[in-house]
Design a protein around this ligand. Structure first.
Ligand code: PSU
Ligand code: MN
Length: 301
């Protein structure tokens, strides 16, 4: 049912480092044609870090863990590539549909394939005005039930960050800052909120992963929150202004459901002259590099 590429399957079987990468950021989170270049670049960064990249997507009803060049190109360029959360997977499989996987669907498929380390940009979470919309990303619930280590730059700053941190606490998902005691703010190095735990190198992350397994209990994720370097972050003043605007535009245009996150990300790109895109990419690159090091530390256990 899940097609694992030969390269990924062999690496997993031999206990060599592998890093899962999601595809929604490629298909729906970045403008074309830059998205295809970025997809290739992220895989190269994983390889440069000594790990095997496993980009995940569904093509013609088949979930793939590890894509070849042509498959990656389809995800980045094909019209009609859907956005698949984990609840969409059975529907896409039965319909023979093609789609990019969000963090939740990627984490599920990665774990199924035995891949323990996953890099993304920013997680989904609780949206602002949750009391009216009840919009909370399926990322959170799935991470509460999946034993995977996610390296991310926190949660997307378009969200209600303190509410998301509270949900992660309630759901029992372990969260640590990487080299910081502040929770990162996706485009910003600091969301303005603290984290309770700090990890300082990949060996410390791997030690937490070993402890998760040794303790047993519900198979929850470990979130390694890795800030974008301060000199590559979006200007915080600009961020605050444009985000306000983006949220108003989202409301005014009646955007709801799955469309909200891509709409807001795109609005930020267009109204910051691309600066939010550069900060987003800087964050993702940093996460991918760190994930490769974590996968290596984990493989060397
Ligand atoms: N991080 C990014 N860009 C993205 C996403 C994350 O830098 O496009 C995607 C992820 O796939 C995440 C999804 O799972 O957005 C969350 O969407 P929603 O809020 O609809 O659950
Ligand atoms: Mn949502």
């Amino acid at each position: 049912m899940v097609l694992v590429s030969d390269e990924v399957r062999e690496a997993v079987a031999a206990g060599r480092p592998v890093v899962a990468l999601e595809s929604t950021i490629i298909a729906h989170g970045l403008p074309r044609p830059r998205n295809l270049r970025v997809a290739g670049e992220l895989e190269e960064l994983v390889r440069a870090g000594g790990a095997v990249p496993a980009t995940i997507a569904v093509l013609d009803g088949r979930p793939h863990v590890g894509l070849d060049k042509g498959q990656l190109e389809r995800v980045a360029t094909e019209d009609g590539i859907r956005k698949l959360s984990h609840r969409d997977l059975p529907l896409a499989v039965a319909a023979g549909a093609s789609g990019a996987t969000t963090v939740s669907a990627t984490a599920l498929l990665a774990a199924r394939a035995g891949v323990r380390v996953f890099a993304t940009g920013g997680l989904g979470g609780v949206h602002r005005r949750w009391t009216e919309t009840q919009d909370e990303s399926a990322d959170l619930g799935l991470l509460a039930r999946t034993r995977i280590t996610v390296v991310c730059a926190g949660v997307k700053s378009i969200l209600d960050v303190p509410a998301t941190l509270q949900r992660l606490e309630t759901l029992g998902v372990s969260v640590a800052g990487y080299g910081t005691d502040r929770f990162p703010g996706f485009y910003l190095a600091d969301s303005g909120h603290p984290v309770d735990w700090t990890l300082r190198d990949p060996a410390e992350v791997a030690a937490v992963m070993r402890a998760q397994d040794a303790l047993g209990g519900p198979g929850a994720a470990l979130i390694v929150a890795n800030p974008v370097p301060e000199d590559e972050q979006l200007d915080p003043g600009l961020h605050a202004r444009v985000l306000d605007d983006a949220l108003r535009a989202c409301d005014a245009e009646g955007v709801t459901g799955q469309a909200v996150t891509p709409f807001l990300l795109d609005h930020l790109v267009r109204h910051t002259d691309g600066a939010s895109l550069e900060a987003n990419l800087a964050a993702v690159r940093g996460n991918v590099r760190l994930a490769a090091r974590v996968a290596a530390a984990w493989a060397g256990r």
